[in-house]
Design a binder for this molecule. Structure first.
Ligand code: ADP
Ligand code: MG
Length: 376
């Protein structure tokens, strides 16, 4: 296990006359034994950050330290990749097709010039742990996707690394195998005790594994914290959207003493307590128009002709009416898109019974579960 500190790391790629800022002023502190997840869309800088931590890429500025000792600093590598005691698993697994799975896993030990008996013992041990003993004599292509992935894990872990770097490791797996892979990733950490960093664009990968997460967007870390805090209190719309499905509606805001009134025409009308509302970093005194944000799971809709007949969860208040635009079956319930009369604003949510297009519904929101952002 190893502690990782990333201090003010910037990475600039310069090619001919094109400059790309892949990372800007990244600061991250990752405890020894932590499972740290970095979530961000394609092109946000995730792979570059992993390669910098691995020592495959040099930071243009800033310092990367392992257990408080700098391993890269200000455009210089201090500790080379092979001396960093890390294992890596990438999206395409990068197995050597001409080698057997045994030799793929043994590869890092061959570089160390370990004795044949030691190589044998170690490869068999890790293969047993990953349940791939029966494919050791086959080539990667002859094994299933799930097995190939475990061969990649075995190769990454065969030297008992202090740090495991996982770059979109599940992207090539079917949905059912993905869940299994996430589960054994966690188990491997418990058994072998390494620090782990995973990067992915998929919130399910990050949230199922990580104890701490960072959200990266366009080369900047926008927020770090516990998964639940980042999910429920995103500091920006970008964080809200990259952590899961999210609605934003442009609303008019009026300050009225100690309350804000939010409205969309006369279809949505919500009074909220100024002291309680969660505002993003960049919004201090909302005025005029703001974006009202909420998760689809944090809004309730009830057909208007049935409204008032059912109990609502605590904190939810009626705040207007909308019309069903689209309703489609989705994983055991219905995914419903709703629109407001005389407005182009819309949102979506889930409902346990089918709703008909054109049907009127009452909307219920909980002021504790909404956020306000600047209207751009
Ligand atoms: P992600 O893994 O989040 O998709 P990357 O770290 O691969 O993002 O890329 C971040 C940005 O840096 C992108 O704009 C990408 O085109 C650029 N980039 C990455 N590697 C290089 C490179 N070797 N040369 C030039 N630009 C690069
Ligand atoms: Mg990448």
């Amino acid at each position: 296990m190893v502690q990782i500190n990333i201090e003010n790391v910037t990475k600039k790629f310069e090619k001919k006359n094109k400059v790309t800022m892949a990372l800007q002023h990244i600061n991250l502190d990752i405890d020894s034994g932590e499972f740290f997840g970095i979530l961000g869309s394609s092109g946000s800088g995730k792979t570059t950050l992993m390669r910098i931590i691995a020592g495959l890429e040099i930071p243009t500025e800033g310092t990367v330290s392992f257990d408080q000792k700098p391993v890269s600093k200000d455009n210089k590598i201090i500790t080379e990749v092979e001396d960093r005691n890390i294992g890596m698993v990438f999206q395409n697994w990068a197995l050597y097709p001409h080698l057997t799975n045994f030799e793929n896993i043994a590869f890092p030990l061959r570089i160390m010039r370990l004795k044949e008996s030691a190589v044998n013992r170690r490869v068999k041990e890790i293969a047993e742990l990953l349940d791939i003993s029966e494919v050791l004599n086959k080539h990667p292509k002859e094994a299933s996707g799930g097995q190939q992935q475990r061969v990649a894990y075995a190769r990454a872990l065969v030297k008992n690394p202090a740090l495991l770097l996982l770059d979109e490791p599940f992207s090539n797996l079917d949905a059912t195998i993905k869940d299994v892979a996430r589960k054994y990733t966690k188990e491997l950490q418990n058994i072998l005790g390494f620090t782990a960093i995973i990067v992915s664009h998929d919130p399910a990968d990050i949230f199922s594994l990580s104890r701490q997460v960072g959200v990266i967007n366009k080369s900047l870390i926008m927020q770090t914290g516990k998964p639940i805090d980042v999910f429920t209190d995103p500091v920006s719309i970008e964080v809200a959207r990259s952590t899961g499905e999210y609605n934003t509606i442009l609303v008019n805001v009026k300050e009225n003493g100690l309350r804000y009134n939010l409205s969309v025409g006369n279809m949505l009308n919500m009074d909220i307590d100024i002291s309680k509302v969660k505002k993003s970093d960049t919004i201090e005194y909302p005025a005029g128009e703001v974006l009202l944000g909420f998760r689809p799971s944090d809004v309730i809709v009830i057909p208007s002709d049935m409204a008032g007949s059912s109990d609502l969860p605590r904190g939810f208040k009626e705040c207007g009416e909308a019309e069903v635009a689209i309703s489609s079956y989705y994983q055991g319930s219905f995914r419903v898109t709703l629109s407001f009369k005389d407005s182009s604003e819309s949102f979506f949510c889930f409902h346990n019974t089918p709703l008909q297009p054109g049907e009127k519904v009452n909307i219920y929101l909980n002021p504790d579960l909404i956020h306000l952002f600047n209207a751009k």
